[in-house]
Each structure stands twice: as structure tokens, then as C-alpha cells.
Write a protein that binds this ligand. Structure first.
Ligand code: UDP
Ligand code: MG
Length: 204
């Protein structure tokens, strides 16, 4: 059976760790998906890492690491990719804005042979008009530069071990994550999800 690693960058998420762990465990157990959760505390100023250790004491499938300072979400994701043992990895936020209930469908697309299953935000999600305008402009320019459509892409995705190995082998320290997965050239599909409200805590 395949092992799925779920990589969760976490900055000041002490209130979300127990709830996210419980929600993911219930859903993955129900679906009979073998998994490990990898939380990276990105130099959190609260008790995020202690919360991860508490979950690990209850269930060794919950793993984690912490950074000495805040390096940013992308660095946490890269660290998670290095630590993951899975045949595939999901990258998702800690605050349940990337809804765990769509994971079984993303998993099924992976089983069909897609090596990158990219989470695409549908337009119904609640983001401010300003955020949408900024994101549209920024990703519009980046899409032109990189010759890829990135306007509705997000960091929520499932990638096969082949993709993880390529990313881990790259020497760059300043990798621009969103374009990088498609750049590897593996077989890709999109999966549309509705972006939810943050469960607890405030945005960084
Ligand atoms: N995050 C991180 N390092 C940071 C900022 C955020 O690891 O410096 C994590 C955060 O804990 C969350 C995810 O990245 O799991 C997305 O962050 P947030 O919810 O603050 O941003 P959003 O994209 O929802 O505005
Ligand atoms: Mg969020």
C-alpha cells in the first residue's frame, strides 16, 4: 500500500494543530489511506512545536520539525519535502483553508497516474476584492513570464515521489515554488476546491 505524506507548514498554529490532526486522521483512516503528517513549525512564537510533540506522543504517524527562526512558508514546504518518506506528498495549510475532504479525490487522480494534482481555487472562495485584484495582476505577470497559467493555482497539491525527488535534488536556495512543480514536466491535472475560512488564529 502506498504511503501518503502530508506536509503542513505551520507558523503560530498552536490552536490549529490538534484540530487539523484529528480531522485529517479521521478522514484518512476512514478512507484506508496510509499516511504520515509532517508539520514544520516555521520559527513560531507560540507553542506550535509543543503541540506537534503532543500529537506525536499520541500517534507516531504525526511528525514534525522546527526552524530556529521564521524562514517563510516556502522554506517550510521544502523542509517537509526533504523529510517526507511517502510515495506521494500532499502540501496543505494548517488552518483548514485547504479542505481535507477533497484529499480522497486528489488521491484517486494520483492513482489514475497523474504525478501532479494541483489544487485550483474556485472563484466562490471568500477573499477580499483587493486580494483578488493583486493576486490576478501578480500571477498574470508571472504566468506570462513563465508561460504557465498560475492565476488560480495554490500551494495545495498532491505530488508523486518522482516530483519530490526532482525538487529535492535542485541546488537553488531561492526556488519559486508555484512554477517549480509544473516545470518538472510530470503528468499534471487540476482539481478544483473551495477555499474555506481559517479555522483558528490570525493570518500572518
Ligand atoms: N506559514 C508558514 N510560515 C510563514 C507564514 C505562514 O509556515 O511565515 C504557514 C501557515 O501556518 C499556514 C500557511 O503557511 O499553514 C498559510 O499561511 P496563512 O494562513 O497565514 O496565509 P493565507 O495564504 O491563508 O493568507
Ligand atoms: Mg490561511
Amino acid at each position: 500500500m502506498k504511503l501518503l505524506s502530508i506536509i503542513i507548514p505551520s507558523y503560530n498554529e498552536e490552536k490549529n494543530i490538534p484540530n487539523t490532526t484529528r480531522g485529517l486522521a479521521e478522514m484518512l483512516n476512514k478512507e484506508n489511506i496510509e499516511y504520515e503528517l509532517i508539520y514544520i513549525s516555521d520559527g513560531s512564537k507560540d507553542e506550535t512545536y509543543e503541540a506537534i510533540l503532543e500529537e506525536n506522543a499520541k500517534d507516531p504517524r504525526v511528525k514534525g520539525a522546527q526552524f530556529s527562526r521564521n524562514f517563510g512558508k516556502e522554506a517550510s514546504i521544502f523542509a517537509g519535502l526533504e523529510l517526507a518518506c511517502g510515495d506521494g506528498c500532499i502540501i496543505m495549510d494548517c488552518d483548514l483553508q485547504h479542505p481535507p475532504e477533497v484529499i480522497p479525490e486528489m488521491y484517486a487522480l494520483w492513482q489514475e497516474g497523474y504525478e501532479i494534482v494541483e489544487g485550483i481555487k474556485n472563484s466562490r472562495g471568500k477573499e477580499s476584492l483587493f486580494h483578488k485584484m493583486f493576486a490576478n495582476t501578480f500571477y498574470g505577470i508571472m504566468s506570462k513570464l513563465m508561460k504557465m497559467d498560475m492565476k488560480s493555482s495554490s500551494d495545495f497539491k498532491l505530488i508523486d515521489r518522482k516530483v519530490v525527488d526532482v525538487i529535492n535534488s535542485l541546488p537553488e536556495h531561492n526556488k519559486f515554488l508555484r512554477g517549480l512543480f509544473s516545470w518538472t514536466g510530470f503528468k499534471q491535472t487540476a482539481y478544483e476546491y473551495e477555499r474555506k475560512e481559517r479555522f483558528a488564529g490570525t493570518i500572518s
